[in-house]
Design a protein around this ligand. Structure first.
Ligand SMILES: Nc1nc2c(ncn2[C@@H]2O[C@H](COP(=O)(O)OP(=O)(O)OP(=O)(O)O)[C@@H](O)[C@H]2O)c(=O)[nH]1
Length: 550
């Protein structure tokens, strides 16, 4: 056992209080009598590390060439700190610390290696490394005395300065995920879809001459009457799969020749005959032989007021010019086109077109079709209580959302099947067109998927796709046990759905936090997320580089 005593002299603080001569004297005094020099720099100030090499080490070697030196990187906690908060807490005129200023431990170690001295890091705030510095400074000082005969035997067992155990960084707070605003409900798009009826699967015939195209999924999820009607049709009418198959063939032929005169031979081959075009050109009907393409007509007059009959047939869609199977619903003469269209607009959007003039007629048709909330809205307007209609619209959307969820779950009224890596899911093109630009481009344009009833997405698994569809239908993230959130994030990115990406990221953070609180190892998962983020960052950098020509 030996007793040690010592004195600390800070050369840097002395600098400010002394003149040049005094400084020189102080340095001679301090360095001359020192047993060890602890050379400090701040890990948040790269200049201070530069000065270690260019100034301080040379000065030490000048004044006390034999004295051992150890290098210490101070303020280690700043490497892991929230620098914004640190800068806010500093003196107002202090130079703000930037993330780029923070030196990694390797930089200090490199300099120490170059100078041939030990390296340590400390944090006064975290009380880390201070004992290491003192213990090892003492070791260095004692060892440097070994050459003296007197000390030799005493100091035989003193170890050389040891390597410092690594600092265990504090647990990072969970990342803050900024959720972008939820895309506005697709009310406007739905209204637009009625006016421009892509993928329509119903055609109403009114007063024998007006035709209005619509979408079963929009009607059935907002009106029980239509839900019952189309469900009855699904259950009763013969399967049109064969007809659909023919349709896809005919459709391609028809489209490929649409701009030229249609080759009569082709039409004969496909058992089709071209009708006389309507004068306004809005409704191009390519009637096929009834026994091939039309289902038996079902009389509806006893089923519901206002309805006459219903059958299925192949019809050219007025927007895409593609042939599609549609359900033709004939309405009786009491149902006029104008108010009926307003009823449909309500069923698509939950809103009543204020410009509708014939409110009495509208109320009658709403009554006939059992759209009671619309009838109530009309009454409110007539009673000058239109302000109450907002609540009706809200309730309408809640009910509709629940029915939509049910239709996705059961695949009712679906018109497209996604074939996936491990199964398939039935979905509804009209809803997808209105809720996602990616889907709208795929089904609403000239891509082959717009006329096919199957879409192959064989690299995507069913659970992830189900989560994407759930989101598109409900604007909410529904997670299941099997859901791989990382895959969902990738898929949401692929479908250009930033709101879903953020919801999935938030879900991932919540799940990882929960797991780590339950002492479940999450390192592997976290590394997968980091690796994925790195890949995305690289892709973005390369793409940005290519766009900017760098
Ligand atoms: N974050 C952090 N700040 C520290 C740490 N050690 C010192 N500081 C801060 O650094 C500043 C300077 O600390 P000092 O101990 O006065 O440093 P010095 O090198 O002795 O400075 P002089 O006395 O001017 O020579 C003060 O604002 C301290 O609060 C640390 O471990 N972590």
């Amino acid at each position: 056992m030996y007793q040690l005593s010592g004195q600390l002299i800070s050369t840097a603080s002395a600098k400010r209080s002394l003149n040049v001569h005094g400084m020189l004297l102080m340095k001679r005094f301090a360095y001359g009598r020192s047993d060890v020099v602890v050379l400090c720099f701040s890990i948040a100030n790269p200049n201070s590390l530069n000065h270690v090499k260019t100034t301080w080490y040379q000065e030490i070697k000048h004044f006390c060439p034999r004295t051992p030196v150890i290098l210490v990187g101070c303020q280690l906690d700043l490497r892991y700190a929230d620098l914004e908060a640190v800068n806010r807490a500093r003196r107002p005129l202090a130079r703000p610390i930037k993330r780029g200023d923070i030196l990694p431990p390797e930089r200090g170690r490199e300099v120490a290696k170059e100078l041939g001295i030990p390296y340590y890091e400390t944090s006064v705030f975290d009380q880390f490394g201070i004992k290491d510095v003192f213990d090892n400074a003492i070791r260095a000082a004692l060892i440097s005395r070994r050459h003296l005969q007197f000390w030799k035997s005493y100091l035989k067992k003193v170890k050389k300065p040891l390597l410092q155990a690594p600092f265990l960084p504090p647990k990072a707070p969970p990342p803050v995920i900024k959720i972008p605003e939820c895309p506005v409900p697709s009310t406007n798009e739905a209204g637009y879809l009625l006016d421009s009826p892509l993928c329509a699967d119903v055609m109403f015939v009114l007063q024998e001459q007006s035709h209005i195209f619509a979408h079963k999924i929009y009607l059935a999820t907002s009106s029980s009457k239509f839900y019952d009607l189309f469900l009855m049709e699904c259950e009763e009418s013969p399967d049109l799969t064969e007809m659909q198959y023919n349709k896809e063939h005919i459709s391609r032929d028809f489209l490929s020749r649409r701009n030229d005169d249609i080759d009569e031979a082709t039409l004969k081959m496909s058992d089709a005959k071209l009708p006389t075009p309507e004068s306004d050109g809005t409704l191009k009907t390519l009637e096929l032989k009834a026994e091939d393409t039309s289902s038996a007509t079902k009389a509806l007059s006893s089923w519901g007021k206002g309805f006459v009959s219903m059958h299925k047939k192949i019809q050219v869609n007025p927007i895409s010019n593609r042939m599609c199977p549609v359900t033709v619903v004939k309405m009786d003469s009491s149902v006029q086109a104008g108010p009926f269209k307003t009823v449909l607009q309500f069923l698509y959007t939950g809103q009543l077109n204020e410009s509708e003039k014939d409110l009495t007629k509208l109320a009658q048709i709403a009554e006939i079709l059992e759209v009671f909330d619309l009838r109530m809205m009309v009454e409110n307007i007539m009673n000058k209580e239109a302000f109450m209609n907002e609540e009706i619209t809200k309730a309408f959307h809640v009910r509709k959302a629940n029915r939509i969820k049910e239709c996705l779950c059961k695949g009712t009224f679906s018109d497209v099947t996604f074939k996936l890596d491990d199964g398939s899911i039935n979905a509804h093109k009209p809803l997808l067109i209105c809720s996602c630009e990616w889907m709208s481009a795929m089904f609403g344009g000239s891509f082959v998927e717009s006329s096919n009833s199957e879409v192959l997405l064989l690299t995507i698994n069913k659970t992830s796709m189900q989560a994407v569809l759930d989101y598109l239908y409900t604007k909410q993230l529904s997670s299941s046990q099997e859901l791989d959130t990382l895959e969902l994030i990738a898929l949401a990115n692929r479908f250009c759905l930033p709101h879903l990406v953020a919801l999935a990221e938030q879900h991932a953070v919540q799940e990882l936090t929960k797991a780590s609180m339950n002492d479940i190892a999450i390192d592997g998962d976290v590394l997968s997320y980091l690796e994925f983020a790195q890949i995305i960052r690289n892709i973005l950098r390369d793409t940005a580089g290519r766009l900017c020509g760098t």
